[in-house]
Design a binder for this molecule. Structure first.
Ligand SMILES: Nc1ncnc2c1ncn2[C@@H]1O[C@H](COP(=O)(O)OP(=O)(O)OP(=O)(O)O)[C@@H](O)[C@H]1O
Length: 253
């Protein structure tokens, strides 16, 4: 069973410790949601796990240090959907999805048979066939989010780290993306997703990790981690949780 293992990961930014001694494991086939208030250190944790920011501690994939991997090797194992999804250049959808194959040696206009197949599959999984030749700067936010997912799926990695992939999507589009990620996890992808929508997280997560002020405060099965008390302690709002149903009742009086 492939495993991504994080041990005592810490990050300092702007002179402050923004991630403090985080340890966690992610296995293939798991769907894990990382929750926490703004500024808790969630994005920094993902970026440090990928070696994109300096950190201390260790991150290993089946024992091999991830930050020490060449970028292309890392990208063959772990796909990353960063928070910002804007694309500044007017590429076609299919070419953006093809970027997911670059770590396998492909280049725009130079896709091998396996690359082309992976791109076609990813376009189909994300219901993007009709947009294949469209310029991405003409797509809606929800369509663009699907393009980013397709790019990640085309890479055929064993792990996917996604930072708020459904922020700014309407409920149907958000469910569509979460369903896709869940389907991929059921087929063996290890998925770690940062979300702010607690109800959505409750619906999908096999496991939840809670972070606050740079520290990991809970990690376990959704049913045991998600309680009215844990949501209140995390966000400072009153909440009622029944199983996987979450009702937020605003700020305390
Ligand atoms: N380059 C930097 N210099 C100084 N502080 C930084 C820098 N980058 C990030 N930080 C700080 O690190 C903390 C954690 O940031 P991070 O982006 O990981 O939070 P987050 O949990 O992802 O928040 P959000 O939910 O708002 O996206 C924040 O307080 C942020 O201001």
């Amino acid at each position: 069973m492939a495993e991504l293992s994080v041990s005592r990961l810490s990050v300092v930014a702007g002179g402050a410790q923004v991630v403090s001694h985080i340890s966690l494991q992610l296995s293939r086939g798991e769907f894990v949601v990382l929750l926490g208030p703004n500024g808790a250190g969630k994005s920094m944790t993902l970026r440090a796990m990928l070696g994109l920011v300096p950190s201390t501690g260790s991150v290993t994939l089946d024992g091999a240090s991830v930050p020490d991997m060449a970028p292309s090797e890392r990208a063959r194992h772990i796909a990353y959907l960063p928070q910002s999804t804007a694309l500044a250049w007017p590429a076609r959808t299919r070419d953006v999805v093809s970027l997911g194959r670059f770590s396998h040696g492909a280049a725009v206009g130079r896709l091998g048979r396996d690359d082309a197949h992976a791109v076609d599959m990813a376009l189909s999984e994300c219901a993007l066939e009709a947009f294949s030749d469209r310029r991405v700067d003409s797509l809606s936010g929800g369509e663009m989010a699907r393009v980013h997912c397709a790019r990640a799926f085309a890479a055929r990695t064993t792990f996917l780290l996604a930072d708020e992939p459904v922020a700014a999507l309407d409920p149907a589009q958000a469910f569509r993306i979460m369903d896709l990620l869940q389907k991929k996890a059921r087929r063996g992808l290890g998925v770690l997703v940062v979300l702010h929508d607690i109800a959505l997280a409750a619906r999908y997560a096999d496991r939840m990790i809670l972070m606050k002020a740079g520290e990991l405060v809970a990690d376990g099965p959704t049913e045991s981690v998600l309680t009215g008390e844990s949501v209140s302690a995390l966000y400072g709002v009153t909440a009622h949780v029944a199983g996987r149903q979450v009702a937020l009742n605003g700020l305390p009086d």
